[in-house]
Design a binder for this molecule. Structure first.
Ligand SMILES: Nc1ncnc2c1ncn2[C@@H]1O[C@H](COP(=O)(O)OP(=O)(O)O)[C@@H](O)[C@H]1O
Ligand SMILES: [Mg+2]
Length: 261
């Protein structure tokens, strides 16, 4: 059965999109069948996959969501699913923000994405969902559809701020909508391990959640290779075989699989 994992955080710029891209590729290179879904109207992940004029796209996750709301989902979903470097993905566009507004007035609106994924997810070992930095209806839909959530934290960016709000949302969704949702753990991204600030903030996160939420052992180092690889629409491991962040994402993927037993 396909495992649905949300990459989430209430903040922007904490490595959600980068993690989705590179975790998806790492899982693929370990022989897993992976679908990545861009669930952010800014469509950064879609751009990472090399699609440029995202506003022109007519087969996006937004269109699938709207079709599900209208109960008029096309039988053949292939037009929505694209592929890059062995990873399948469903793109996004600004149209998802229209869906976001629509969801606010829809009955049972929390489960639309879960319904969209129902006929798709079992074709894959993993479905990864990249989310937008807000706790609105889109993020609620993502969490309602998920088995697990990985929270990305950038220790440079006032790491603890907002984390409790996000965890409260997760716990409410678990109680009210999706009882099997679990927090897989916190992934520290963009770590500059040589700087004191990074050390202090990493310790702060670790101490606050010890015994409560897993902090993944593998952390993602900050490196310019990440920006470069995105510029060339590639996962880091493909762009530069020995780049530290690519190796870290692969180790993290292994740790994640091992954790799931
Ligand atoms: N490990 C890293 N090292 C250096 N830069 C990174 C790293 N991870 C992400 N970035 C950069 O930080 C910015 C924000 O990352 P992104 O994944 O888009 O975050 P989010 O999706 O949470 O907004 C991007 O410009 C990205 O290239
Ligand atoms: Mg993003």
């Amino acid at each position: 059965m396909g495992k649905v994992i949300v990459i989430g955080s209430q903040k922007g710029g904490v490595g959600k999109t980068t993690t989705t891209l590179n975790l998806a590729y790492s899982l693929h290179s370990m022989g897993k069948k992976v679908l990545a879904i861009d669930f952010d109207s800014q469509a950064n992940l879609t751009t990472c996959y090399g699609l440029e004029d995202t506003n022109e796209l007519e087969h996006t996750i937004g269109h699938l969501m709207m079709a599900q709301i209208a109960e008029d989902v096309p039988e053949c979903l292939e037009a929505f699913i694209q592929s890059k470097d062995g990873v399948d993905f469903i793109p996004s566009s600004i149209y998802l923000s229209v869906v976001d507004a629509k969801l606010r007035t829809e009955m049972g609106a929390e489960r639309i994405l879960a319904e969209v994924l129902e006929p798709i997810k079992d074709r894959y070992d993993y479905v990864l969902i990249d989310t937008c930095p807000s706790l609105g209806m889109l993020t609620i839909n993502a969490l309602a559809a998920a088995d697990e959530v990985i929270i990305t934290v950038n220790p440079q960016l006032l790491a603890m701020m907002g984390l409790q709000d996000f965890l409260r949302t997760v716990s409410k969704i678990k109680k009210r909508i999706n009882p099997t949702l679990t927090v897989a753990g916190i992934l520290l991204t963009m770590c500059e391990s040589r700087t004191t600030l990074c050390k202090v903030l990493t310790e702060e996160v670790t101490e606050s959640f010890q015994g409560q939420i897993r902090i993944f052992e593998n952390r993602i180092p900050a490196t310019v290779k990440v920006g470069e690889s995105i510029y060339y629409s590639m996962p880091i491991a493909l762009y530069s075989k020995n780049a530290s962040a690519g190796i870290a994402y692969r180790k993290f993927a292994k740790e994640l699989i091992a954790y799931e037993g």
